[in-house]
Design a protein around this ligand. Sequence first.
Ligand SMILES: [Zn+2]
Length: 374
Amino acid sequence: MQLKPIVVCGLLSAASLAAGQTIGSLFKVNLDNDEAGGCSERSTLLAQYLQESKDLATAGLQAITHAQDSSAAQHDVAKRYLRAYFGVGENDATALALIKGSLQKVSNFLSGTTLDNTPRLYCNDNWLKKRARTDIARDIEGNDIWTMDDNGQQHLLAIENCDQYRHLFWDYDEDQMIWIKNERIPYWSADLGQYLVDDDYDGQTFCTVARGANMGTTQHMTTPPTITLCQGSFSEPGYSVKLGSKSPLVGQRGGRKLTDVLPRSATLYHELFHLVLGNDPTPDVTYLWVRQQLLLENPDEIITEAYKDKYDEIEILPTSIYGMTRADAIRHNPESYVFFSVGYWYFMQTTWSNGDNSQRWSFHSGVSQMVQIP
Ligand SMILES: [Zn+2]
């Protein structure tokens, strides 16, 4: 796949991401109907979510720019955001480069920098059909897969025993140096002509297992990779209908929690980090602001298997973050970028400044408060 040239800009202005790419140009997506993960009914919302994702990536990058520019009016506040949301200390160039790089890659994708394969976008999970591991394997055209034994006899192959899919159903144990059968279930995509594997979800599916439990998911098992947005991501009442549709004020005062103003577009924005950076470098360490803050209380502590917070509750964390410092784990966590970008976006707005644009509502502590910028 040919890569488009990357336009390198010193500063990404809001205008530079305002127009251009559409959902249909960034993703292969069915906007004609709602069959098998189609997005016809959601097309207007998707256009909005895409624009808001662009605005959020721009806001996140603006925070980095302001933090690096000591002459910027927003400099002090931007540094407070980086400390509170990512545990970035003074002159921590490595951490800053990691965060900036993550935001930049998402921003580049939204600006039209292509991935190796145009990703698919689905608006529910019924583009996948659950199968048994022992069902007859199909090839990319959907035809049964046959094999020939030593006696020249033709046999149909079970999905889990088929060479091209075997790695999905067996995990290599490095200590014992053997392959061990896992518990995963195959799901067939007629659209892609490929299987992926996932949990059984108690006989349900990822999006239907419990109302509001899962909002979206990104996977790289298939080529191309896919983003699936569940029903909840379009209708969850706990999230703002639009970015900024909730005021940062409670009555005439601040005191609004950041987690009360997250928009519904946050699911797409979150999934973009998994898509563009890969799932392994973006473990879902936590979706909770309070848990993020607990981890950042001891930013340099190494995470081990039996992570406990200060309430001595054992939290199951993704195994891929064992050995990382707590702060480093948070810097890989997609939801941290959601918090950071939404929080800084609010700080950049003058809608609630009451005519004095130097007065801004800031979420640098996680709760809105008025700050005066010079
Ligand atoms: Zn995630």
